[in-house]
Design a protein around this ligand. Sequence first.
Ligand SMILES: Cc1cc2nc3c(=O)[nH]c(=O)nc-3n(C[C@H](O)[C@H](O)[C@H](O)COP(=O)(O)O)c2cc1C
Length: 304
Amino acid sequence: MTPDQVRAFFTHHRTVRKYQEFVIPDDHLEVMLYAAQHAPSDATAQMYSLIRITDSLLRGKIAEISHNPHIASASEAFIICADLHRLKQLLEHKGFVYGNIPAVGLHFALGDAVMAGQNLLIAAEMLGYAGCWIGGILSSLPTLADLLELPSGVVPFAGLTIGLSDENPVQRPRLARSSVIHHNSYAELDSTALELALQDMAPISRSGDWSQTLSRYFAVGGSMETREVQMVEYLAQHSFGHVRNLDTLFAQAEAAGMSEVLLRRKLASSVIEAWVDAGHLAFRGEDESATLALEQAIGTIAPL
Ligand SMILES: Cc1cc2nc3c(=O)[nH]c(=O)nc-3n(C[C@H](O)[C@H](O)[C@H](O)COP(=O)(O)O)c2cc1C
């Protein structure tokens, strides 16, 4: 392909939410899945799973809980998941113990999931289809996880619908290149550049003020705060361990009837000692991480 052809391909991209009634031929679907499976992957570990939703009843339920009706009407609908479950199974199958890597595992698994999903979307667009990523599935994460019977270690990233477009959306703007591409070191935007960025993106919001749109999602009181609570809870249960912070652990110690938490590190040593104390009873944990030490101490009171 020439640079002009590549540019034309990406200029043509539109997220589409209204689809024609159409059954995607098997060979097209096959090559989309081939593209997904040939995405780059950290350590080639392929820490992702794509769940293809073919049951129309299930499609309807997911469309409803995610407030994205096209999940029901698109030719294809997938839930793109980070998947550490299979990796853990593979290790355990050969007698290894899965590492204490909740943050790193999740980081790379989400990366793998995004790359596989985006490869699928690009392949679909190359064939003349369009699609839509759907973060809306996170609005009801526990319900979704139940519907899909997700095991521990599988974390949905987003949905993805694919089909033949039945609408002509305008091209969505993007930030100026100078706002997102840095050279050799991170270049902070000054207030003039921030204003320009808001102007560049103004057409995307009905009010003409992109900061209003962003704030509805990401500012204090925005919709992402609801998702945050569910996600933290979900990760605590599903990502093999402790995406817990000290505040959460203090609250947990209190809930277990403890009256005091003590974290201590001898300066010459890298080991942190954690004590949780109920006056007449004390529990101890020890680790190089304060969070893990405290978790250990709390774990001896009641299973985490
Ligand atoms: C991770 C992710 C989640 C998204 N979630 C939704 C969604 O829940 N509903 C929706 O209609 N569009 C969703 N989108 C689509 C974006 O709104 C769209 O990509 C963006 O407005 C840019 O438009 P364009 O893709 O047409 O250039 C999502 C996109 C991404 C990458």
